[in-house]
Design a protein around this ligand. Sequence first.
Ligand code: ACO
Length: 402
Amino acid sequence: AMDISTLRAKTGLVTYDGGFVNTAACKSAITFIDGEEGVLRYRGYPIEQIAEQGTFLETAYLLIYGELPSVSALDNFRDEITQHTLLHEDVKRFYDGFPRDAHPMAMLSSVVSALSTFYQDSHNPFDEEQVRLSAIRLLAKLPTIAAYAFKKSVGQPMLYPDNSLGYVENFLRMTFAVPAESYKADPVVVDALDKLLILHGDHEQNCSTSTVRLVGSSQANMFASISAGINALWGPLHGGANQQVLEMLEQIKNDGGDIDAFVNKVKNKEDGVRLMGFGHRVYKSRDPRATIIKKAADDVLSRMGKKDELLDLAMQLEERALADDYFVERKLYPNVDFYTGLIYRAMGFPTEMFTVLFAIGRLPGWIAHWQEMIADPKAKIGRPRQVYTGVALRDYTPIGAR
Ligand code: ACO
């Protein structure tokens, strides 16, 4: 068989695939998706089993190192992460410079990028010990960075991490506790958030992960590459959809809760209205994460004693859509974002923080992909071709003659 670059040199042909709908840019052993069947596995383990039995840190270990950790390996991993949760005092000064109403995703990517100025030993991607340490630092510090972004937006003092607490508990405390008042995270919330982070852990070559790989393919350091991934995630077509689901549900409620009227609007494509949280580029059957999250939403909200009108509305809407030919014919099912916003809202997060939570969950996936690429001796710099559509050739007109 002829390799692709020989083929191009001989024929002048390139493959045009806008949006990379059908182009594999790498080989990967991290995550398997079967979009037709609604299957998602991390390192071969079904997402349902991981979400049921695992924790987020175990999942992070699995994604990054390829195997489930032993008890002692997990202890060491957790201890090391715990020891790195603190931010350098000078990092905190970045937040002073941001406007009060800065979007937390912008703060997140800026501060992660700035970490490479504090850890200058980390710049060589082939220094295995430094790479390992960069991964630990990112996992440890991202929740602190995220909580500080929230604190900045509400004008409250930033709290130091408490290393006696677990990963999620520590994040919740740094986010929601205020000095001089006692705070204890609700265990129901801790469990639910841990599970949501697991479900966001990796999703193979999505936009942000592909971005991390593309930036990293130039051998830029891990902090720089992942900062770029955070920016990619920020966009409304990627990490931003859960906010839109909430806004849609609120709109339906304010319009009197008429689900039929809304569904008809969607079917008639009035004003381009879509059923937000439905449909997916890869899944043409149920998004397996949505199934798990739906149950979690029901559990969490009832265990927190929150009767949520919007949850009832979401469930009715789902049922109504799944029984309708429009959605059946187009294979439109609820995706991961359909229920997450409701849970985050019940936990007390403002909508701008939703995508930040997604980023904390996706971090192990970004790290795993960056490391997998760097470890591949055959990895090349990412450099797509194009189909040129401009003017073929013309003579330059001197400025005085224009
Ligand atoms: N509501 C109504 N109709 C829809 C929806 C929807 N949510 N999604 C797709 N359709 C229709 C389209 O109008 C189109 O119909 P047509 O053939 O009559 O023109 C058909 O289904 C195919 O849709 P495409 O837009 O071609 O599908 P694509 O794979 O490009 O888009 C996407 C996938 C962007 C997720 C889309 O389904 C959508 O916009 N969903 C709502 C937004 C959303 O929930 N995004 C989050 C995705 S999950 C994530 O990123 C974490």
